[in-house]
Design a protein around this ligand. Structure first.
Ligand SMILES: Nc1ncnc2c1ncn2[C@@H]1O[C@H](COP(=O)(O)OP(=O)(O)OP(=O)(O)O)[C@@H](O)[C@H]1O
Length: 328
């Protein structure tokens, strides 16, 4: 897949304060959603495409799936322009949007399954093999006869993914596939996507705000912010950047001494972040502020510190930190 110097501009109506005038307003302004974005994705890769709200992720997916035409640049998916020969192209891709359903709401799941068979002209043999394999892998045999509206969110999402894979797509686009799922359903979805990728060499393009999805599924991430590509590489590299940053929580047994301890920490270690709430001090220490050993020595000498906990940044904190450093 080649995404080359892609820009996308939307025309949006200029807003007026008066909603009546807004109705007649014909002034437009240009909103730039993607600015010269380029990347390539190889067959069989799983890519995490991430960025904060409004960064341009959905716009990218819409261009890659042929729903939107870029304002400039070139996009080739599976060697073809996704806007051309749509009927042939859509038979080669699968799409799951976490906030939109491909299933027919009032009918049992199996009805959508048969509709897909017809829509994608899936040969009988391929269809039966895929249906048996996918339903077993995703453990949804018992759900197929149930009307979609009666399924839980997790059950529905498992069915959505199966339906998107019946026609053996070469690329699977997943937009927030674990949105609203509980921890167990998320793990089931992760394991399934991994299995499909390994077994069928399906390329997976995953957009998500859930860093656990990224952690579980991808090694390569592309980060987009304010329409520009800001990072393309190993997710591990971002995690390593914050390896030495530790969050420490101290419990003080003499609350009247807490401000004096906090002041000493501030003077000696100059932490970026420090919070004092009730009998607890929260501090963030990184390599640049002195070694963790020095800090532990400092607290071990303080008799009024009852208890302390040290932890690394969790994955959400790492990515939030990275976004704020990139100013997106
Ligand atoms: N049809 C449209 N008309 C005008 N502006 C749009 C349109 N679609 C998206 N935008 C704007 O383009 C920018 C990128 O939007 P996009 O939906 O691609 O972001 P996103 O990264 O998918 O965000 P989110 O994580 O919130 O879904 C945003 O500023 C958005 O307001």
């Amino acid at each position: 897949m080649v995404f080359s110097n892609i820009s996308k501009e939307y025309q949006v109506k200029k807003r007026q304060n008066n909603s009546f005038l807004n109705f007649f307003n014909r002034d437009y302004e240009i909103k730039s959603a993607l600015k010269n974005v380029s990347f390539q994705i190889k067959k069989g890769e799983i890519i995490g495409y991430i960025g904060p709200n409004g960064a341009g992720k959905s716009t990218t997916i819409k261009i890659m799936t042929g729903i939107l035409k870029p304002s400039s640049g070139e996009c080739y998916v599976l060697g073809v322009n996704p806007m051309e020969n749509r009927m042939q192209f859509v038979k080669r891709i699968g799409v799951v949007f976490g906030n939109r359903s491909n299933l027919m709401w009032d009918l049992p799941v199996i009805d959508t399954v048969y509709m897909m068979k017809k829509l994608y002209s899936i040969p009988e043999e391929v269809f039966l093999t895929n249906l048996a394999e996918l339903t077993e892998m995703m453990d949804v045999e018992d759900l197929l006869q149930i009307p979609v509206r009666l399924l839980s969110l997790g059950q529905r999402m498992r069915c959505e993914i199966i339906v998107s894979l019946l026609h053996n797509p070469e690329i699977l686009f997943l937009d927030e596939p674990t949105l609203g799922l509980d921890a167990r359903s998320k793990i089931a979805v992760h394991q399934f996507i991994k299995k499909v990728n390994e077994k069928r060499n399906t390329t997976v393009i995953l957009t998500t705000h859930d860093m656990n999805d990224i952690q579980a599924l991808t090694s390569r991430v592309i980060i987009i912010g304010k329409g520009s590509k800001l990072f393309d590489g190993e997710f591990r590299a971002i995690k390593n950047k914050y390896k030495s940053t530790k969050k420490i929580r101290l419990e003080i047994n003499q609350v009247d001494q807490i401000n004096s301890v906090a002041t000493q920490i501030k003077q000696q270690f100059r932490p970026n972040n420090m919070t004092v709430i009730a009998n607890e001090i929260g501090v963030e220490i990184s390599k640049e502020m002195g070694s963790l050993d020095d800090f532990i020595q400092f607290i071990s000498k303080k008799k009024i510190i009852d208890n302390y906990q040290i932890r690394s940044l969790n994955i959400d904190e790492i990515i939030a930190r990275y976004y704020s450093e990139l100013d997106i």
